[in-house]
Design a binder for this molecule. Sequence first.
Ligand SMILES: Cc1cc2nc3c(=O)[nH]c(=O)nc-3n(C[C@H](O)[C@H](O)[C@H](O)COP(=O)(O)O)c2cc1C
Length: 199
Amino acid sequence: MSDLNDSPLRVAALVGSTRGGRFGPVVADWLLSQIAQRKDMEVDLVDLVETPLPTVMPAFGEQLPDEDMALLGAVAPRMESADAFIIITPEYNHSYPAALKNAIDWHNPQWHAKPVAFVSYGGISGGLRAVEHLRLVLAELNAMTIRNTVSFHNYGDKFDSDGKPLDPDCDVAAKALLDQLAWWGEALRDARTARPYTG
Ligand SMILES: Cc1cc2nc3c(=O)[nH]c(=O)nc-3n(C[C@H](O)[C@H](O)[C@H](O)COP(=O)(O)O)c2cc1C
């Protein structure tokens, strides 16, 4: 009998934009509809509008105020229990939003030895410059960023009024992305079980 874990991969999907009137939830809803078609993943949507994080960090060695502990406590356990991540990000000034950086920085071991996939959107660049910055940052956190991305260039023209991409190839690209995430997620989950990551 195999001791490999074949339960569904727990994927945390982070919505990187917190802007009023943001487009992020349209992209997130479509992505969730793609994940819902799979038996190998279950998803937890981490929306930083619904569960905001503190924006001021304490001095090293100091306790967080209770209200900030409560905010962190609403997110950190979900990051901890995730086997894999998907970051849904727009591009802000050739990078990614400050709220997303804040969410990344509040967590460290929660990222370790876990794969991260990206779905990005923006103008002509499709948010790919934001993704390239995220890859650098997440390497510091011992996360494994996967090669494929799904990116929506000039996203305003790419979705119908129901929030579905007009191009059916987007669903194909999402499947390829999720297949890669599943491979890495399962491989790293097994590896962490066999040998806890000490990085
Ligand atoms: C502060 C700010 C900076 C932006 N910078 C860029 C940029 O560098 N490249 C780009 O393609 N779009 C840029 N945009 C446009 C965003 O891609 C677009 O507004 C998108 O809707 C933002 O995602 P959101 O609606 O989910 O917040 C910027 C938008 C904002 C608010």
